[in-house]
Design a protein around this ligand. Structure first.
Ligand SMILES: NC(=O)c1ccc[n+]([C@@H]2O[C@H](COP(=O)([O-])OP(=O)(O)OC[C@H]3O[C@@H](n4cnc5c(N)ncnc54)[C@H](O)[C@@H]3O)[C@@H](O)[C@H]2O)c1
Length: 254
């Protein structure tokens, strides 16, 4: 049981299903009071009902004020989990790029903007960002997703280095494939890269809780991602050749 979480006021965005629902369940089981946000009101209500949480449906970008009301004025932990899996290339529509930027990055920035004054005043607060291994590496066939997840990772990193001496804890969760609706929608690229090593949403929640206990920023539910990340940094062209090999394999399947 993680002491930091008992009795805490926790918000999880995109918690109507998938990883967010698993995070909400895990926080509730650890004794937290959980605000369950999702665009889909019915799914938010269902998970809130099951976990004894409070449903706050709506866009993740605008959840903080209602969550503060629901939690008597204090959000201790904010999980910026809602995300869109926007695939496509440089030719993806402006609307696809804009939505990816809005949900995968700006929703995090807006939440931090709303929460930081209270956290800095109290000298405590925890921001959990569900990024993706695509935020450290990249995902074939998904330029808007890869670019905006790099943005989400950069923002989490920036928050952590800026406020860690002032009591603010930040965790960046960077899984590869996780068996959710989003993975199901990744098609043949997901079949090639993600599905063979996919894990359950509950495994992601367990990894986060281990990271909270160990006070770690980077949460890797697939530990092998650490090696890929090192390879990318150490030998960029070799890594790019490897990724291009995957790209060509993918092209052959289409
Ligand atoms: N599934 C994977 O393989 C995988 C891997 C790495 C990272 N992730 C990340 O995990 C997070 C959760 O994804 P998931 O796989 O559980 O997906 P999912 O599709 O199962 O769940 C996402 C939930 O977010 C909700 N949502 C979407 N946009 C929203 C918005 N603007 N405001 C509020 N809710 C919104 C959806 O209604 C849905 O219930 C995402 O940020 C995703 O990028 C997923």
């Amino acid at each position: 049981m993680v002491k930091a979480v008992q009795g805490a006021g926790v918000v999880v965005t995109g918690a109507g299903g998938g990883i967010g629902a698993a995070l909400a369940r895990r926080f509730a089981a650890a004794g937290a009071r959980v605000v369950v946000n999702d665009l889909d009101a019915e799914r938010a209500e269902a998970v809130a009902g099951e976990t004894g949480g409070i449903a706050v449906p709506g866009d993740a970008s605008a959840v903080v004020a209602a969550a503060l009301d629901a939690l008597d004025g204090t959000v201790d932990v904010y999980c910026a989990n809602a995300g869109v899996g926007s695939g496509g290339s440089e030719a993806a529509g402006e609307d696809v790029w804009a939505q990816a930027w809005d949900v995968n990055v700006m929703a995090h920035v807006r939440a931090a903007h709303a929460l930081l004054p209270g956290w800095l005043e109290r000298g405590a607060g925890r921001f959990v960002s569900t990024v993706s291994a695509a935020g450290l590496l990249t995902m074939i066939g998904a330029a808007p997703y890869s670019v905006t997840k790099h943005g989400a990772y950069a923002f989490a990193e920036w928050l952590s280095l800026t406020y860690r001496h002032r009591g603010v804890k930040v965790h960046a969760i960077c899984p590869q494939g996780v068996r959710t609706d989003m993975l199901a929608a990744t098609g043949s690229a997901g079949d090639l890269v993600l599905r063979p090593t996919a894990i359950e949403p509950e495994d992601v929640a367990d990894a986060l809780f281990r990271g909270i206990e160990e006070d770690r920023f980077l949460i890797l539910p697939h530990p092998e991602v650490a090696g890929y990340y090192q390879a990318r940094a150490g030998e960029p062209d070799r890594w790019l050749n490897g990724m291009n090999h995957l790209q060509r394999q993918w092209e052959e399947t289409r």
